[in-house]
Ligand binder design. Structure first.
Ligand SMILES: [Zn+2]
Length: 399
């Protein structure tokens, strides 16, 4: 028999399951319960509800009125890299604009790094994210840009997460600067063959200076033919075809969504949640750019996720609490909406039903805040509130 553990005296419990008995109807999709308890059995949540109705268990943990939430689901990061771009950031903060080209610096350093060095880097950032409440991390290739280096990046990423994304089409490899068509042929051919066994998703940076709509379509469809599901870097720096292509091809997510036409918003809404709009405020923060308009998307009925885009060039943060705070302060989201997007929204962007909620049957991926409410994630920006994190029912971090 698996031992059961009761986590009780939860001051406020975010379940993302509004159908749970005792959930406050005013909290909408957040499914908020006060004075709640959760029962963990093995790696799963066995029960969640009002503390007064909790079943008998083998063990009990009293969390003293603190807030318990699903672990954050960070559905967009670029952790397989080497090198340092501190000087580029400092220069940009002195007034130079961001362009896609800085990626080449990281490509050169990543190619030169050893497997062990790259794996240690991924592990370090996954652990850093865990200490801030993140229990599921997606990460991408995209700094290798050769068949060998892209496959290596995905193999290393797989040591740390099942949510791996083939992004050979991050930028055109420097060797193909005069032959972008040749590079697309490589990305959709030999490189894809080497990478597909290590990846769940296929992605493309659809942007001026990276890949146009036709090239992006070719990359995504080739990935689909190999069993990968698309996600798209879309409409980050300019208007473009990325978002509508994502919806058309049934991508799980259109990421960035900073520059949208009404037709783009309609397309995302029309997908009925199949294509999530993943907003990455760390990128706008770190490039001093205009934030995406989350309010416009939410009001149109689009499913929204928040994610870090953690990468050394344009968004070097692993902090989901930071993203929640910025989304509330500058993107028109309420604290409830931002927390929902950082948990349930991220799970939807990865098409995962087992994470992002605290309800019977879900994975016991939980975070305890040193605060009475999830609202404090935005109310107390920059303050390390993560008190404990359980991953798969096991205590993975405790301050
Ligand atoms: Zn990205």
């Amino acid at each position: 028999m698996t031992a059961s553990t009761l986590i009780t005296h939860i001051g406020s419990l975010v379940t993302n399951d509004p159908s749970l008995p005792g959930a406050d109807p005013a909290s909408g999709p957040l499914g908020l319960l006060r004075d709640a308890a959760v029962v963990v059995e093995g790696d799963r949540v066995a029960w969640a509800g009002p503390a007064a109705g909790a079943p008998a268990t083998d063990n009990a943990v009293d969390v003293g009125g603190r807030a318990l939430l699903p672990g954050f689901v960070d559905s967009h990061s670029h952790l397989v890299f080497a090198g340092d771009r501190t000087a580029e950031f400092a220069a940009r903060m002195s007034g130079r604009p961001y362009s896609a080209g800085g990626i080449r610096t990281t490509v050169a350093a990543t190619r030169a790094a050893s497997d062990d060095e790259l794996s240690a880097t991924v592990g370090r950032f996954v652990a850093e994210a865990l200490r801030q409440g993140t229990t599921t991390v997606e990460t991408k290739s995209g700094y290798g840009l050769t068949t060998r280096d892209e496959a290596r990046a995905l193999r290393i990423a797989r040591e740390h997460t099942q949510e791996t994304t083939y992004l050979g089409a991050h930028i055109v490899a420097p060797e193909f600067a005069d032959d972008p068509a040749g590079y697309v042929a490589l990305v959709t051919g030999e490189m894809l063959d080497a990478c597909a066994p290590h990846a769940r998703w296929v992605d493309v940076f659809c942007e001026q200076g990276a890949f146009d709509g036709d090239q992006a379509r070719a990359v995504l469809q080739a990935g689909q033919a190999r069993g990968l599901t698309p996600r798209v870097h879309a409409n980050q720096l300019t208007h473009g075809p990325g978002v509508q292509l994502a919806v058309e091809l049934g991508a799980a997510s259109a990421d960035h969504c900073t520059h949208l036409t009404d037709a783009d918003v309609d397309a995302l809404a029309g997908s009925g949640g199949a294509t999530v709009a993943t907003l990455l405020p760390g990128a706008e923060f770190s490039t001093r750019a205009v934030y995406p308009d989350a309010r416009r998307l939410l009001d149109a009925g689009v499913t929204v996720a928040l994610s870090t885009d953690c990468n050394p060039g344009s968004s070097f943060t692993s902090s989901m609490p930071f993203c929640v705070a910025v989304a509330v302060r500058d993107m028109g989201m309420t604290p409830d909406e931002a927390v929902h997007a950082a948990t349930y929204g991220g799970a939807r962007a990865l098409r995962r039903d087992d994470v992002g909620t605290i309800t019977a049957g879900a994975r016991a991926d939980l975070q305890l805040l040193d605060a009475p409410s999830h609202v404090h994630l935005a109310y107390r920006p920059g303050v390390p509130l993560t008190s404990a994190v359980w991953r798969g029912g096991k205590l993975a971090y405790r301050r």
